[in-house]
Design a protein around this ligand. Structure first.
Ligand SMILES: C[S@@+](CC[C@H](N)C(=O)[O-])C[C@H]1O[C@@H](n2cnc3c(N)ncnc32)[C@H](O)[C@@H]1O
Length: 187
């Protein structure tokens, strides 16, 4: 099982946004939705740290069991809004988001931070294709440096991996990684 994490400094943690025209009003939670949909593995978990709005950061978790139900960007946005507003949902919300993220990340290893400035992915294929990795990426903007430093202190560091010199969208990075993992899995 793998964990894909998106850290979004701008996504609203209260789930209050319209279901039509949600991109701006949600603080670009649509970027997280597309990152979720890009992951090919059926047993992957997605966790998103939503850091904006009046509430403290919260952790939105999309378990693997939601994959059959949430198959479009819009259904992700509906399900996320329900979970964040305390309504029944297959997603889970943890308050105390940063600590919840650290707790979740501790269950996965190795922990791979995706960064344009990391070491080339070809040098880390064993770690990328291992059984329980965590992949951590920014949203449409990078994660705040202080947050990464805090996570690193709590978790004892990351492997920093790049999938190339260009700055890509988060969903493209996740698609590439999960395709590499699918390719390496025994048939
Ligand atoms: C759209 S980028 C964020 C902003 C981008 N770093 C910039 O300054 O324009 C989204 C996230 O995808 C990941 N990412 C983007 N390009 C990457 C690459 N070439 N290799 C590894 N990760 C990458 C990083 O985690 C980044 O925070």
């Amino acid at each position: 099982m793998s964990l894909y994490v998106v850290i979004s400094p701008t996504a609203r943690a209260d789930g209050i946004y319209p279901i039509r025209g949600y991109a701006g009003p949600s603080g670009r939670l649509d970027v997280v939705a597309r990152a979720y949909l890009a992951v090919l593995e059926s047993n992957a978990v997605l966790a998103a740290l939503l850091m904006s709005g009046a509430l403290s950061p919260r952790l939105l978790i999309a378990p693997a069991s939601c994959r059959d139900r949430v198959r479009s960007e819009r259904s992700f946005m509906v399900e996320a809004s329900r979970a964040l507003r305390g309504r029944p949902s297959c997603f889970i919300v943890e308050d105390g988001g940063v600590e919840a993220l650290i707790f979740t990340l501790k269950k996965f290893k190795p922990r791979i931070l995706l960064s344009e400035r990391g070491r080339d992915v070809s040098l880390h294929l064993d770690e990328v294709c291992s059984s329980t990795p965590a992949f951590i990426a920014g949203s449409h903007v990078d994660p705040p440096r202080e947050l990464l430093e805090r996570l690193e202190r709590s978790l004892g560091g990351f492997i920093r991996v790049s999938v190339g010199p260009l700055s890509l969208h988060t969903d493209h990075v996740f698609l590439l990684l999960s395709a590499l993992r699918a390719h390496s899995s025994p048939t």
